[in-house]
Design a protein around this ligand. Structure first.
Ligand code: GDD
Ligand code: MG
Length: 362
């Protein structure tokens, strides 16, 4: 069976970090999300994956050289300046997909432990043209919502219903099995939404089924969800991970430290601190509830709490980075700078003054 991974969205809710990195390349406990996806596909005995991207995401994904877990990887690229939505890219990849067998479609910004074979089995049991993995969430308004019968037939599918109007709490997990016939439901050469055009039509014809999944499921589409996903995975990995770093600093588990990290005296790392490759941390630094991407440098007496710090960011001495801050790649935060909760700093920006109210620093 083949899999198509949708990875050509714009990650607007993760800006400005997503200006230089597609969502699917965001590290989850020091491993790009896409690598987790490849590993999971390989475990389900899938051999072929098609990445539905745009020119920019193709560039970044190729640059990252993610281990392929034995999969054959091919790219299908949206036309320049014409994003095809969530269904258009599937139509565009028609020739690369099997035209006799059902195939798997995955949103590239989802972290999930899912048994794909279970969804395929459900798909084969019914007369479905499409079977969606469904999971239960508290607030379904940010997702696609399905109303199903006992047998799993989707009676109604509504994308992002207004708060309080969702018919159920069962949402589209962004994992589907599609029969090749679905391709004829997708018009060619324009942006098409799977969720707003194709699924409602299939539901109306009684050809759409759902399969409820349980276990870890997260959309990393916004900063809180991204940090939360890292926390959840850290919690499950913590039991097996050892911290190899040694020195006169304190580690408060759970933490994850990649290779080549140095940490100065009296610094306190954790709980819930994830430090990427070659991060350097000075003396008397405190980092908690945060993800620090590779090659960042954090100088003495700085405090970072509940933030995401991009690749090769430098942070001076006695800086304070508060909850909800996002500092994009290569930015420079100078000595003594405080950033208010929820501040976002654009890529390569130098910040030398305090920002006491949340805003975006261009
Ligand atoms: N190639 C390509 N081209 N990919 C795209 C495009 C495009 O124009 N637009 C979006 N994508 C990719 C995104 O990169 C992402 O992996 C996936 O399609 C879904 O798009 P999002 O923008 O992340 O959608 P969402 O999170 O608001 O909603 C979707 O996911 C929810 C689950 O997290 C919907 O499928 C919902 O129904 C679902 O519940
Ligand atoms: Mg999403």
């Amino acid at each position: 069976m083949k899999a198509l991974i949708l990875a050509g969205g714009f990650g607007t809710r993760l800006r400005p970090l997503s200006c230089t990195r597609p969502k699917t390349l965001f590290p989850i406990v020091n491993k790009p999300l896409l690598q987790w996806i490849f590993e999971q596909l390989a475990r389900s005995d899938i051999k072929d994956a098609i990445l539905a991207v745009n020119m920019q995401t193709e560039f970044y994904i190729k640059k990252q050289r993610i281990p392929k877990s034995g999969l054959r990887i091919r790219y299908s690229i949206d036309p320049p300046k014409t994003p095809l939505g969530t269904a258009g890219p599937i139509k565009k990849a028609e020739k690369l997909l099997d035209n006799a067998e059902p195939f798997l479609v995955l949103n590239g910004d989802i972290f999930a432990y899912v048994n794909y074979e279970e969804i395929v089995a459900k798909h084969r049991e019914t007369n479905a043209l499409a079977t969606i993995a469904l999971c239960e969430v508290e607030d379904p308004s940010r997702y696609g919502v399905a109303e199903i019968t006992k047998e799993g037939l989707v009676k109604r599918f509504v994308e992002k219903p207004a708060k309080g109007t969702a018919p159920t709490n069962l949402i589209n997990a962004g994992i589907y099995v599609l029969s090749p016939e679905v391709l004829s439901y997708i018009p060619k050469g324009r942006a098409v939404s799977m969720e707003r055009e194709v699924f409602p039509k299939l539901a109306g014809e009684g050809k759409l089924y759902g399969h409820v999944i349980s276990g870890v499921w997260k959309d990393i589409g916004n900063p809180e969800e991204y940090l939360q996903t890292n926390k959840i995975i850290l919690d499950t990995l913590a039991k097996t991970q050892k911290v190899c770093a040694a020195g006169k600093f304190e580690i408060r588990q759970p933490v994850a430290l990649d290779k080549g990290i140095s940490i100065g005296e009296n610094s306190v790392i954790g709980p819930y601190a994830i430090l990427g490759k070659n991060v350097t941390v000075g003396k008397n630094v405190q980092i908690r509830d945060s993800v620090i991407f590779p090659d960042a440098q954090i100088d003495d007496y700085t405090m970072i709490e509940g933030a995401i710090i991009g690749e090769a960011v430098t942070i001076g001495k006695k800086a304070k980075i508060s909850i909800g801050c996002i500092v994009a790649d290569q930015a420079k935060i100078k000595d003594g700078v405080s950033l208010a909760e929820g501040t976002a700093v654009c890529p390569a920006k130098e910040v030398s003054e305090n920002h006491l109210r949340a805003n975006i620093i261009f």
